[in-house]
Write a protein that binds this ligand. Sequence first.
Ligand code: NAD
Length: 299
Amino acid sequence: MTRSLGGSELAATIRHDASVAAAALTEMGIQPKLAVVLATADESTAWYVRSIAGAAKRTGILCDVVDLGPDATTEQIHSTLVDLGHDPDVHGVILQTPLPKGTDLDILREAITPDKDIDGANPVSLGRLIAHLPAFAPATAQAVLALLDFHDVDLPGKTATVVGRSTVVGIPAAHLLVQRDATVTVCHRHTADLIAGVRSADIVVVAAGIPGLITAEHIADGAIVIDVGTTATDDGELLGDVDAASVAGRAGALTPVPGGVGPVTTALLLNHTVDAATTQSARRRAEKTMKLVGLPGND
Ligand code: NAD
């Protein structure tokens, strides 16, 4: 019997905590605000951004969607990100992918101010995360760990395999698992024997973006499987990377798609925005006090 590791209940708890913290900040005159920068005509991305904006509103967080259109250049997106970094009313910034062909994602990620980098996209955030320094983890990778914790999956001493090595999902998920004392293997498109790499794992995290990539032959009896993959079909259906029918009965537990990692990721983005607003407002208050008492500030 394969247990379903749903994310809706956990997501609701995280959103509730974020809404309580957002209300407390608003009472103090600080309105938490998120900006989502978008440059695509892709309908599934537009749907995802609308769902973040709706969830933010319900949580008491302002959300500006900055839609630069599918012809935006690296320079235009870069200057938008720099402006948002300087805007004291904006606390969290997300750069939504996919971006227009020819734009330089590496340069753009670096333009997100680390304090506002609530989806851990700037390489500075990833470096700090790996060095155990305070930073926002990429929300999807954090959602994987949050789901495992919520469903009481023990990590120390366990073997885990992550399929996918992107810097936004696979690599940070692997690092978070290592930090939690699991022994981790990372597989990717050049892995010679994917079945061998996955079949030995107690915990399997799949983030490849290939529907149905993982079937029963990849999975050890009783393994816990977290399916991060979300591929939208032309009919608007969302497909995971795991063939759920195939692994049913073999896996000990599996996250559903949709309704698993996705809602937790969105909730964590809101939670990070509130945390960013709290940190930035505390720092501004401290800088003001330093100026009042004549100590050197940061400007
Ligand atoms: P990506 O394209 O950047 O990376 C895909 C990774 O999969 C690469 O490292 C590649 O080497 C690996 N891969 C490709 N083919 C493979 C194969 N045959 N065998 C083994 N590995 C293979 O994608 P990404 O941004 O990391 O996203 C991965 C998936 O997660 C996508 O479906 C994406 O939509 C989804 N996603 C979901 C959420 C969420 O909140 N649920 C958030 C972000 C991404």
